[in-house]
Structure formats: C-alpha cells, structure tokens
Design a protein around this ligand. Structure first.
Ligand SMILES: NC(=O)c1ccc[n+]([C@@H]2O[C@H](COP(=O)([O-])OP(=O)(O)OC[C@H]3O[C@@H](n4cnc5c(N)ncnc54)[C@H](OP(=O)(O)O)[C@@H]3O)[C@@H](O)[C@H]2O)c1
Length: 359
C-alpha cells in the first residue's frame, strides 16, 4: 500500500487486563453500549480526564490523538485504549467514536471542536473553547444546530467549593453582593503547566485564566454583565503574549467585580472574596468562610471536580439533554474578555497587543 494511503489509526493489541465497562438503562434493563471516546492530548489535564472516564460506568477511552507518536502511544497503552493516532481528521472518520474530549493547547480548540461537531461527535472541550469571542460564537452556533452535546470544561463549577459558593449566594444568606474581588498571581516565565508538564505551547492569561475567573464570577453572581473596562499588558517579547491583565465588571444587579491576574508574580498570591450586605464571603483553597467562620470545607482534590464534570457530560449524552455548561453557557465569559482585548487594540494598536491566535 502506498504510504500516503495507509490509515494512520494504530491499533493496540488488547491487553488481558482490559476491563470492558458497561451499564444498564434504568427503564429497559438492556445493556447499553459504552460511549466510546477519543482523548485529544496526553498532558496535564488529559490525565485527569482519563482517570475520570475510567471511573464513569458506560464510558471508555477508545482512541488517543496526540502530536508526537511516542507519548501518544504510551498514553494510549497506559489507558488501555484500543488505538492511537497523530492524525486528528483520521480519528474523526471513525464512526465508532461517539465523543471527543479535547485537552490539547488552547489555540487548537476552535478548529478541533468545530471539526468534531461537523463529524457528528459529542464534544467536551477544555477551556477556553476558542481564543476569541468570534470563535466561541461560531462553536455555540454550530452546537445549536446539531443534536450532539457540546460541553465546556469549566471545572470550578463542578467542584465542592464552587457548588457551595453558588448555592450559598443564591440562598440569600449573603444579601446583596457589593463587590467580588478575584486575584490570581503567580510566576509563569516558563511554559511549564500546573502539573509540572513541559508544555510545547504558551498559555494565555486573558483567554485561559481570565476565562476561568470571569465564568466563575458571573456564574456565582448570576447576573448579566452591563459593562466592562480593562487593561492588558503589551505582548511579552519572549513568549509573544500578555502576562498581566485586570478588568472591572459592572453587573446588571449593580455588583462590581475586580479581576486581576498575573503571570509575573514572584510571590504567588490568590484571593477570591465577596463583600456582601451581610458580611464577607471568602474562598481559600478548599475552605469557604463567611465573616471569618468556616461554612464549608472539603477533602476534595482537583480531580474530583473533573470527575463530576465529566460524569455530567456522559449523563447528558445518555439522557439526551443539554449538559450543564454547554457552549452557550460558556460563551458568556468570552465576550467581556474580548472587549478588554479589543479596547487595548483600539487604544494603542495591534503591534503592541495583537496575539498570534485568531479564533
Ligand atoms: N479546566 C481546567 O481547570 C483546566 C486546567 C488545566 C488546563 N486546562 C486547559 O486544558 C488545555 C491543556 O492544558 P494542559 O495543562 O493539559 O496542557 P499540557 O499539559 O501541555 O497538555 C497539552 C497536550 O496536548 C498535546 N498536543 C499538542 N499539540 C497537539 C495536537 N496537534 N493534537 C493533539 N494533541 C496535541 C500536547 O502534546 P506535546 O507535549 O507533544 O505538545 C500535550 O500532551 C488547555 O487548553 C488549558 O487551558 C483547563
């Protein structure tokens, strides 16, 4: 066979230890087919998703898609996948794959998500779903037109602290929220991710970490955004992106949020506090305090939030309903971030601020 015609999906001989998980429909008692997944990427967050899928009944990692052959195959073997490939479009042609979990570098999310939806796959995409509001709008528009599920991995919505904070505010115990202060500052002068994985790509304080913070703020405050103003550092000459970013949000319900993020802090610093009518609500790691007293504490680790989140994705597919945090929900965070970016471009021109990513 001519080499350019050779399929690039490589099969791994099944291991004797391969356990095939299946589940039953509550209504019929018939065995249900496993939801067959492709994981795209084998880095820090991919391992968390793989752990989660291994714990969800009725879901299975069928294929791993990577950039380099050796680690792609190694990850596939470790996770007892059936096959692996470095050809994303080849994977999409496989009708046996129901769902694609995208954990690749952020700038690939738009193309990979869009193509997966076009190919009839369900998609769970890591945040951000695109590197622009335009890209995210396109994805949300595509998702609306198909009967596939498109979910965005805003993991903070699914961990215990996030869920508690949202409910506590919604219960009325805090009263009105005057201000939400979010600060997250650490040193990111090298492309090393949070798990210590040496990245082949450059992270983005605006569209990745900004997306986390804006989404969490808006989700907990639960109000539309009336206006935003912000500032962005000019592109760093070494890594080609901005390393500092701050914004102010005015919500329709009058809450003001201040979000300030930095990759330039030699001493890491984090804060997440709400100044409210009835007191101060503060998130510190796994603890939530109200007026200084602990009101919630969890032994959870970050992977627990990923498990709850991924389970929601598979449940939504099975129950044929929209997942919590679908593409439309996640789209909301991209708009204010895009506004800050556009303000910087308009004020001082693209030379100082235009990032290498379009969509
Ligand atoms: N929801 C959350 O809380 C959360 C937390 C962390 C990260 N994230 C998001 O998750 C994504 C990945 O972050 P990470 O920390 O896991 O980064 P990472 O450790 O660098 O993993 C990225 C993976 O993608 C692979 N990759 C690169 N190009 C690819 C391609 N063309 N096709 C398939 N795979 C490719 C990389 O392989 P090579 O090393 O060979 O390039 C690497 O295995 C980012 O978008 C980030 O924003 C979200």
């Amino acid at each position: 066979m001519l080499s350019f015609l050779r399929p690039t999906l490589r099969y791994i001989r099944p291991s004797k230890n391969l356990t095939h998980k299946s589940t039953q429909t509550a209504e019929q008692g018939d065995p249900m087919e496993d939801i067959q997944c492709a994981i795209v990427g084998y880095g820090g967050i991919a391992a968390f998703h793989a752990d989660a899928i291994e714990q969800v009944e009725g879901a299975r990692i069928k294929t791993v898609v990577g950039r380099r052959q050796e680690p792609t195959e190694a990850f596939a073997r470790k996770r007892r996948a059936e096959s692996w490939t470095i050809d994303y479009s080849e994977m999409l042609k496989d009708d046996g794959i129901d769902a694609v979990i995208i954990t690749s570098p952020s700038e690939l999310h738009f193309n990979q998500t869009s193509a997966a939806i076009e190919s009839g796959k369900h998609v769970l995409v890591e945040i951000p779903m695109a590197m622009s509001h335009k890209g995210a709008r396109t994805i949300a528009g595509q998702a609306r037109k198909v009967d596939r599920k498109v979910m965005v991995a805003h993991t903070r919505r699914f961990d215990g602290v996030g869920g508690f904070t949202k409910e506590f505010i919604a219960s009325g115990k805090t009263g009105a929220i005057y201000q939400h202060h979010v600060m997250s500052c650490w040193l990111r002068h090298q492309n090393i991710g949070w798990t210590g994985y040496q990245r082949s790509w450059t992270d983005d304080v605006l569209f990745h970490h900004g997306c986390h913070s804006v989404d969490f703020s808006q989700w907990t405050i639960d109000s539309d955004i009336r206006r935003v103003v912000g500032e962005l550092a000019p592109l760093n000459t070494v890594n080609g992106t901005s390393m500092d970013f701050s914004m102010l949000i005015r919500y329709a319900n009058e809450t003001i949020a201040t979000i300030s993020l930095s990759y330039n802090a030699h001493q890491p610093f984090r804060a997440n506090r709400y100044s409210c009518e009835n007191g101060s609500l503060e998130i510190e790691g796994k603890i939530v305090r109200f007026n200084g007293e602990s009101v919630f504490e969890t032994p959870e680790n970050p992977e627990d939030g990923v498990l709850v989140q991924d389970r929601e994705f598979f449940d939504a597919i099975r129950e044929n309903r929209q997942p919590s945090c679908n593409a439309d929900d996640a789209l909301r965070a991209l708009r204010p971030l895009q506004q800050v970016y556009d303000q910087a471009l308009t004020a001082e021109g693209s030379k100082r601020y235009k990032r290498p990513w379009d969509l």
